[in-house]
Write a protein that binds this ligand. Sequence first.
Ligand code: SF4
Length: 333
Amino acid sequence: MKNFDLEEERIKKEIQQLKAKRVLIQLPEGLKPEAPHIAKTVEKAGALPIISADPCYGACDLAEAEAESLNADLIIHYGHSKLLKYERVPTIYVEARATLKIDEAVEKALPLLEKMEKIGLATTVQHVQTLDEVREILTRSGKTVVIGDAGRLNYPGQVIGCDFSNAKSIAKDVEAFLFIGGGRFHALGVALSTSKPTVVADPYENRAYIIKDEIKKILKQRWASIEEAKKAKKFAVLVGLKPGQKRFEEALKIKEKLEKHGKTAFLFAVKEVTPEVLMEFPSIDAYVNTACPRLSLDDVARFKKPMLTINETLVVVNELSWEKLCQKGWFEN
Ligand code: SF4
C-alpha cells in the first residue's frame, strides 16, 4: 500500500533473527487488504504466516491468546505503537507510518488558524514523523508551536482514542490545536478533551477543516445519555477481555458505587462489545463501558441504550458534576 510504510525488510530480518517458525499477523481494518501481501513476505522469511481475521482497533487488542492457542512464536502487530507493558508472546510492532506529503493540507489549515498565534500539535502514530515539518511551516507563518510530551505515550504529540494526555498537558499554553491525520474520531477527542478550537489537516483527502458543530452535538448526546441512565434501574458494567482493556478493579468499584446509589448492577465479561451481543440481555437499562471509551463516542448511535464511560457514570451517582466531567474528560479511563 503506497500510503503506508509496511516495513517488509525489517519484518524479514526480525523473523530470521528470532528464528520464528509460525507468525500471527494482526492488522487494523484499514490495513487488512494488505494481509495476503504481508503473509507472502513472512513466508519468504521462512515462517508460516497466519492472518488474524478478527477486528482490531488498537494495541490494547494484541492477539496473545490467539497466538498461544495457535502455537505461534511471534505476533506482527500492524498499525499501532506498543501499549502493553509486556507481551506474553514475542511481538513486532509495525506502526505503519504514512508516507503521504503533509505540506499542502497544512498550508490549507493556515487560514483557519489566522487569528490564533499559539498552536498545539496532535496526531496519531501514523504521522508523528511529520510534526517537525508541520512545526516549520507554522513557525514560518509567525506561529508559536507547542507539542505536548506528558510521557504516557510513545511519541510527543501522539494521541490515541483513550489517551489525550499529550494534548491536555499543553491546552493551557495554546489558543488552538492543529490535528494531523484522517478520520474525525481522534480530532474530536482532542477538541473534547482540551475544549480548544481544533483544526484538522487531513493528508489523505488533502484538505483542512475546523471541528465545530459536532462538539455541540456530541455534548448534547452525552448529556442525554447520562440523564437517561439516571432513570435506569439495571446496569451492566462491561469488563473488557482484551489484554489492554481489562479494568476489573475499576469495574468492581463502579458496580459498588451504582449499588450504593440504589441501582442493580451486574458485571459482564465481553471481548467484542457490539449491539448484537448486548441485545441478548433485554432487561438491562444502561451500560457502563470500562473497556474501550471509543464506543461511547464513535459507535453510540448503534446502541439503543445509554453506553456510559466510567467518568460519566460518576455523574449518575452524584460523585462528579457535569462541569467537572467536562474538565476531567469523557472518554479517558
Ligand atoms: S481507544 Fe479503545 S481501541 Fe483504542 S487503544 Fe484505547 S482501548 Fe484500545
